[in-house]
Design a protein around this ligand. Structure first.
Ligand code: NAD
Length: 246
């Protein structure tokens, strides 16, 4: 028995990294999947998930565009008849020190990480409210909890996601819709590969466990929050960070 048997789940930004790991974990636990990618084809990921017995639909959309986000979320309802789970995972970083931060980089990071998640949240919520059931998981970051040098834009967006999670949790609790966030620490993906060696060394010094996290560490947290095991958990931010921030 999978923990998500018969559930229909949407995962944004699922082409690689954390989103990909969550897709595979959900497939292993019986969910049908609507996978959203901005541009990278998802054929191989879809094949992997189907091998676990999942029905999979892939769609290309830029979630920072409200119309594209809405169309993508509605595709899940059209194909699977419902939307049980939404994982707002798509995100970008455009790092730079505060005094040098370009308007464009500040706005793009807010527009993708925060507004993009809101676009999907609003669209999915309309469907979930009618169902009187839903699980929403917003992928925030330790940077949104403790701040980070060179990430004024990213930290603001990820802290905003935590506030958004709590407000939505309060609005939707009476409809059996839970809304939670995950705040990963430093996880080995393309996003952290882009950091300089010096920044990586400095980051490792902050992690009591002395290593970067794995994408599967985050997928395990997402699986818990998406499952009925977490039916009474809402408005929570689950830190998965090797002790980096407590
Ligand atoms: P990644 O760069 O490997 O993957 C991000 C995915 O989001 C990509 O597939 C990308 O195409 C997609 N995406 C970006 N903008 C999009 C848009 N406008 N529309 C649709 N898709 C879009 O990154 P990752 O490390 O796997 O990160 C996944 C999430 O976890 C992000 O929200 C990130 O901020 C967060 N996070 C990552 C870490 C880490 O250490 N890797 C730490 C904390 C939080």
């Amino acid at each position: 028995m999978g923990k998500l048997d018969g559930k229909a789940a949407i995962i944004t930004g699922s082409a690689k990294g954390i989103g990909r790991a969550i897709a595979v974990a959900f497939a292993k636990h019986g969910a049908d999947l609507l996978l959203i990618t901005r541009s990278t084809p998802l054929d191989r990921l879809a094949e992997t998930c189907r091998a676990h017995g999942s029905n999979v639909e892939c769609i290309t959309a830029d979630i920072s565009d409200p119309a594209q986000a809405l169309a993508a979320i509605e595709t899940c309802k059209d194909v699977f008849g419902k939307v049980d789970i939404l994982v707002n995972n798509a995100g970008i970083a455009r790092d730079g020190l505060l005094v040098r931060m370009k308007d464009h980089d500040f706005e793009l990071v807010l527009k993708t990480n925060l507004t993009g998640s809101f676009n999907c949240l609003r669209a999915a919520t309309k469907i979930m409210m009618k169902q009187r059931y839903g699980r929403i998981i917003n992928i925030s970051s330790v940077a949104g909890q403790m701040g980070n040098v060179g990430q004024i834009n990213y930290s603001a967006a990820k802290a905003g996601l935590i506030g958004m999670t709590k407000s939505a949790a309060k609005e939707l609790a009476s409809r059996s819709i839970t809304v939670n966030a995950i705040a990963p620490g430093f996880i080995a993906t393309d996003m952290t590969n882009a950091m300089s060696d010096r920044a990586k060394e400095e980051a490792l010094k902050l992690i009591p466990m002395g290593r970067l996290g794995d994408v599967d560490d985050i997928a395990a947290g997402a699986l818990f929050l998406a499952s009925d095991d977490a039916a009474y958990v809402t408005g929570h931010t689950l830190s998965i960070n090797g002790g980096m921030y407590m």
